[in-house]
Design a protein around this ligand. Structure first.
Ligand code: SAM
Length: 268
């Protein structure tokens, strides 16, 4: 399945998996079933594509690099189960696939992994689950709890909507070329019922972004332009806390409060 004369392109974050044991371990976690609607982001030379194709009736992939698409399509020309979209995943409309049970898999290009996660978040309603390989540091940020130094925007925005499991760590030697950092496989499963009632997604985005824009600031200072200190205290949050010490329930409270203030302002 490999096109060996392809030179890895740094701008596309190309680090190709070559370790058969690791590849099998990832596929075992994915557990592809025949009728699954699996979408692979960045199939590259097909390290994960081929073993997944062995299990499913159809697989769609999104790849930006035309040269890799040509090689992969050539390799699979007798196999009409694979459909490759030549596209930038950051612009790809997952709702255009017309399924609400997409299983997203991929060894993500590390240079754009955070924007890809935020892009996928907007399609959460059509996603059944996601198994994504990321830099270990990003995986730790997604799964971090309040109080830790990795806890931040990514942890809150993803944990509000998904159950997050850091499955296992993968060493650089499993890839060609080897990245400089460890990687980790993360499973994200959308929650059917959110843990807390959120009135407005965009308000959560605004509040979390402002709260973490300067981590060392107190919430009182960081949210000065959004919510008055007395109001923060009134909803039961210590305004002297720092963002990293507030849990997701606290952020939802702040977001709901901010949303109500905005709505009242508009209706006055
Ligand atoms: N899945 C292969 C593997 O595990 O060996 C390749 C993984 S490599 C880390 C990332 C892949 O994503 C490459 O094939 C790269 O060309 C592709 N890619 C990079 N940026 C992309 C983008 N914006 N949209 C779609 N694919 C992209």
């Amino acid at each position: 399945m490999y096109s060996d004369n392809h030179r890895a392109r740094k701008r596309f974050g190309q680090n190709f998996l070559h370790d058969p044991l690791i590849i099998q371990r990832i596929v075992d976690v994915i557990k592809p079933q025949k009728t699954d609607h699996i979408i692979e982001i960045g199939p590259g030379k097909g390290a994960l594509t081929k073993p997944i194709l062995n299990c499913v009736a159809r697989l769609e992939a999104i790849e930006i690099d035309q040269d890799l698409i040509v090689a992969l399509s050539e390799n699979q020309r007798h196999d009409n189960r694979l459909l490759i979209h030549q596209a930038d995943v950051l612009k790809f409309r997952f709702d255009s696939l017309q399924h609400n049970d997409l299983r997203i898999v991929g060894n993500l290009p590390y240079n754009i992994s955070t924007p890809v996660l935020f892009h996928l978040l907007t399609y959460r309603d059509c996603i059944k689950d996601m198994m994504l390989m990321l830099q270990k540091e990003v995986a730790e940020r997604i799964s971090a709890s309040s109080g830790s130094k990795q806890y931040g925007r990514l942890s809150i925005m993803l944990q509000y909507y998904f159950d997050v499991d850091l499955m296992f760590v993968i060493k650089p030697e499993a890839f060609t070329p080897s990245p400089k950092v460890d990687s980790a496989l993360v499973r994200l499963t959308p929650l059917h019922h959110p843990r807390y009632e959120l009135l407005d997604h965009d308000s959560l985005k605004v509040i979390v972004k402002a709260a973490f824009s300067q981590r060392r600031k107190t919430i009182r200072n960081a949210l000065k332009k959004h919510i008055a200190t007395v109001t923060i205290e009134r909803i039961g949050i210590n305004a002297e806390s720092r963002a990293e010490n507030l849990n997701i329930a606290d952020f939802v409270k702040l977001a709901n409060c901010y949303h109500q203030l905005q709505t009242n302002m508009l209706s006055n």
